[in-house]
Ligand binder design. Structure first.
Ligand code: B1M
Length: 219
């Protein structure tokens, strides 16, 4: 049986190689070996997709490589993410969250992971998807009586949409009723402060801690 380290390296490699079917098989094997699904995601798959991003940035990989790498990661997440929340079924809802990726931005892997961990930790998450205009965030808050909003942006060109979302809540007269958190690889604490967000989290685990803090729940 491969060691934990070997399994994590294989999970990273299968994303780098862009092999969705093998990714699913490896993810199942990892769960059979009782590896922590979060470790498989953070120390296996995410390592792989970050390497894919580096190869793309240096011109060694092209857009199709980026797409197939993301497909491999998503395929494995389909196996691993349900295992994250298995112990959270009977917990009470801490708060209702509306989560999405901003308009013009198709990156949804990190946002979905944030949603999975929030759900696993007792939040009721409405994931509105990717490439969503500010108005959709406002509408989803109204429909779901949410008190938390999470806006993800992965492109420097789409970060301003996070500010647009905050403005949309101000225009709708709802800014006092929701806490807005922002995240995504290019987002920083200073950006969050500059646009008037209520908080920034670097990763999905940080997003859970931030959401608890914003919802007034002990960490
Ligand atoms: Co693109 N892409 N991409 N991409 N892509 C990046 C982001 C890039 C950094 C790659 C690079 O050049 N090195 C670069 C952006 C440069 C920049 O703006 N600074 C880039 C580019 C340029 C592009 C295109 C423009 C390429 C092109 O067409 N020429 C294009 C844009 C399309 C669009 O959106 N309009 C594009 C397209 C794509 C794909 C569609 C092929 C695919 C996405 C598939 C999908 O998501 N369904 C893709 C991918 C896979 C990537 C990389 C390789 C990986 C992103 C990812 O999923 N990471 C990425 C390089 C990189 O980030 N290293 C890259 C794994 C994920 C778990 O991490 O999303 O960071 P992440 O989420 C983390 C944290 O950021 C945080 O928690 C998550 C989990 O820990 N987080 C939050 C995220 N959201 C949060 C919200 C929160 C809190 C925390 O609160 C609300």
């Amino acid at each position: 049986m491969p060691s934990k380290r070997e399994m994590l390296e294989r999970l990273a490699q299968v994303v780098i190689d862009g092999e969705p079917e093998q990714a699913v098989e490896l993810a199942k094997q990892a769960l059979d070996q009782r590896l922590d699904p979060l470790a498989c995601i953070n120390d296996g798959l995410t390592e792989g997709i970050e390497r894919v991003g580096e190869l793309f940035a240096t011109g060694e990989y092209f857009l199709p490589d980026l797409i197939i790498g993301a497909e491999a990661m998503k395929a494995a997440l389909g196996v691993l993410e349900p295992a994250l929340g298995e112990s959270s079924q009977e917990r009470k809802v801490l708060a209702r969250v509306v989560l999405g990726t901003v308009e013009g931005d198709l990156h949804d892997i990190g946002k979905t992971l944030v949603g999975s961990l929030l759900t696993a930790n007792g939040f009721l998450v409405t994931d509105i998807g990717a490439d969503k205009p500010a108005a959709d965030f406002v509408a989803a808050v109204n429909e779901n009586n949410a008190t938390l909003v999470g806006a993800s942006a992965l492109l420097t060109t789409t970060m301003p949409e996070q500010q647009r979302i905050i403005e949309a809540f101000e225009e709708a007269g709802l800014r006092d009723q929701v806490k807005i958190m922002v995240g995504g690889a290019p987002v920083t604490t200073s950006w969050a402060e500059e646009i008037g967000a209520d908080g920034f989290a670097r990763d999905a685990i940080g997003a859970v801690a931030l959401a608890k803090n914003l919802a007034g729940v002990p960490a």
